[in-house]
Design a protein around this ligand. Structure first.
Ligand SMILES: [Zn+2]
Length: 247
């Protein structure tokens, strides 16, 4: 059993570069490193892209990052026809920061949306330009204008965003922390990562393994583009960057 990859992005989402050592190449051409700043697709947030640079200056373009059999296993997927490093080689890592920062802003905005719309979540997908959160909500009863205004208030307040680790028992004692209807945070690992917003988590806290901005003000202008009906009991809210378009 290999030691798991150290997930540097979990403690510092703002790392744009780092050094790492190649641990292994898996049988499908994926690269496993001893540590990484590349977030692997999970929890509705897509994995990072970027490149690795070898000692001789050659670059390996990384087209995506995924998890393996366990969430601790982080696999970097090279684009086709890339030079391959050898196990043991030290490489420089660089993520596509512009894309990642958009994902961090969007992802944090999705948390704020669950504050404005405190309903059970049935699905979510974060993307660079457009994200969605699905709620178990038979009747929206809210307009995109109202929700956008509430979101902008939380963004303008520039609340701090921070993480805190709690035990399985602490989570079990506070079931309301879990907002997802179908997905339970992984239990049995002994600790759960909580993402908190506001001084002393006054705005929100929920289990999440993704990457977020450090203050809500960094999200910038964002709006609810659409509230769609998805079946009898589901409403899909779409978030987009920029001001609410004038109808
Ligand atoms: Zn999150």
């Amino acid at each position: 059993m290999m030691a798991p990859t150290q997930a540097l992005f979990r403690e510092d989402a703002y790392l744009k570069t780092a050094d790492a050592q190649v641990v292994a190449l898996n049988d499908r051409g994926g690269l496993i490193l001893n540590r990484t700043i590349f977030y692997a697709t999970s929890g509705g947030q897509p994995g990072d892209t970027g490149f690795l640079e070898c000692a001789d200056g050659s670059r390996i373009v990384i087209a995506g990052t995924i998890t393996g059999e366990t969430k601790d296993e982080i696999i970097h997927l090279p684009a086709p026809d890339q030079p391959m490093p050898k196990p043991g080689e030290v490489v420089k890592l660089a993520i596509d920061w512009e894309r990642r920062f958009k994902l961090m802003r969007m992802h944090t905005a999705c948390h704020l949306l669950t504050v404005v719309c405190p309903f059970p979540i049935t699905g979510a997908a974060v993307n660079e330009e457009d994200s969605r959160v699905d709620f178990d909500l038979p009747d929206a009863g809210v307009t995109k204008e109202d929700v956008t205004a509430s979101l902008q208030e939380l963004i303008a307040a520039d609340h701090p965003v921070f993480t805190r680790w709690i035990t399985d028992d602490e989570l079990a004692a506070k079931p309301t922390l879990v907002k997802s209807k179908n997905v339970r945070p992984p239990a049995g690992t002994g600790r759960i990562r909580l993402v908190c917003i506001g001084e002393s988590a006054s705005v929100d806290s929920q289990p999440c393994g993704g990457t977020h901005v450090a203050r809500t003000g960094e999200i910038g202008e964002i709006h609810v583009g659409k509230i769609e009906k998805k079946g009898r009991e589901n409403r899909r809210f779409r978030l987009r960057f920029g001001p609410l378009p004038v109808a």
